[in-house]
Design a protein around this ligand. Structure first.
Ligand code: NAD
Length: 323
């Protein structure tokens, strides 16, 4: 029986991952943790936890008999640029705290399986932008991307040197409707749906042709769970796997929305986030993930847009009625 700790459980991914893990392992076996007060509807068990507080982290892992940790606490690309030192401290030291506990547990014959996400932000301007390979030039320009690349190297090191069973995917930009995004460069692809459902013009901070790799939340959750369930012998990549979902640009996304809402309009006002987007890949080659643990994305652009419009439309109508 697995006992699971999700750190950063109040966030965009954590809130949905906690629910999905509770469905698989039973709510009593999934402990949601975050630095803030509980904001999750689904979690049966909740701990207020700062991942930088090593003593409390150990207490939480030992006290609950944890066998798997999903470590999601981080500052993202846009918020990271506003506080680079804080981003580096949180993103690196949080991961190191967990890898150290996993190292000790592995040596003691009580292994702790760890999931930690990297990002397309780990790539940079000299990375081949189309069908970006698994192994390639990586020269990230944001503190967030630098911390993700360093984190990938740490994960591979802890596996190679200490046998820690750590697994990772380089998430593309994640699109979802249940909880708000956490301050990334790809957040436009969520905000655009809120504007469309409110009948407003959307002022897009990226230009119309800025193609980026994206993934719809159900596919991202499935990738995470499938990777963590795969037999250890199949996991050849211990830095982080490329996983492709669907690549599109703001113009193509607006076209998909206009198929359902023909009056929807976007105007383009690129800001400083454009230069971050310009340094990232346009599409990913995820051959390794497909070969090693059977990854296949399921949700394309139009089905994703239709589902987002359905759910965000409902929320906007409820808010309008309540006002
Ligand atoms: P988010 O900002 O929505 O959630 C992060 C959570 O971590 C928040 O609830 C926050 O309160 C919590 N947290 C912050 N500091 C903490 C601390 N010291 N201790 C414990 N919890 C703390 O982020 P997200 O979008 O859910 O991203 C989760 C992970 O996935 C991050 O590592 C991120 O880099 C990665 N990722 C996300 C995306 C995306 O598009 N959302 C893309 C690529 C990678």
């Amino acid at each position: 029986m697995e006992r699971i700790l999700v750190i950063g459980a109040n966030g965009q991914i954590g809130s949905e991952l906690t629910e999905a893990l509770a469905d698989i392992h039973g709510a009593e076996n999934v402990i949601a943790a975050d630095i803030g007060p509980r904001s999750l509807a689904g979690a049966e068990r909740y701990e207020t936890l700062d991942v930088l507080d090593n003593a409390r982290l150990r207490q939480c892992i030992d006290g609950h008999g944890i066998t798997q940790v999903f470590h999601l606490a981080a500052l993202l690309s846009v918020t990271g640029e506003q506080a680079p030192l804080r981003a580096w401290m949180l993103n690196m030291n949080g991961l190191l705290n967990i890898l150290e506990i996993a190292r000790e547990r592995t040596a003691a014959g009580q292994p702790l399986r760890v999931f930690w996400p990297s990002s397309i932000a780990a790539f940079g301007p000299h990375t081949p932008a189309v069908d970006t390979p698994q192994l390639t030039v990586m020269d990230p320009t944001t503190i967030y991307g630098i911390s993700k690349l360093a984190g990938e190297r740490l994960c591979e090191y802890y596996f190679a040197k200490y046998g820690v069973d750590v697994r990772s995917v380089r998430y593309p930009g994640i699109i979802s409707y249940k909880s708000p995004p956490g301050g990334g460069t790809t957040d436009y692809a969520i905000a655009i749906f809120h504007a469309a459902c409110r009948g407003e013009i959307y002022h897009c901070y990226l230009g119309p042709e800025s193609t980026l790799p994206m993934i719809y939340m159900p596919d991202a959750i499935r990738a995470t769970i499938e990777l963590m369930q795969a037999p250890a012998a199949q996991i050849r990549v211990r830095s982080s796997y490329n996983v492709a979902g669907v690549s599109f640009n703001p113009r193509q996304l607006a076209d998909a929305i206009r198929r359902r809402k023909p009056d929807f309009r976007v105007d383009y006002r690129p800001d400083q986030r454009q230069s971050i987007a310009d340094s990232w890949p346009r599409s990913l080659d995820d051959t390794y993930a497909r070969a090693d643990w059977g990854w296949t994305p399921a949700i394309g652009l139009q089905p994703m847009a239709d589902d987002m419009l359905l759910h965000i439309g409902k929320t906007v109508r409820q808010c309008t009625q309540a006002a």
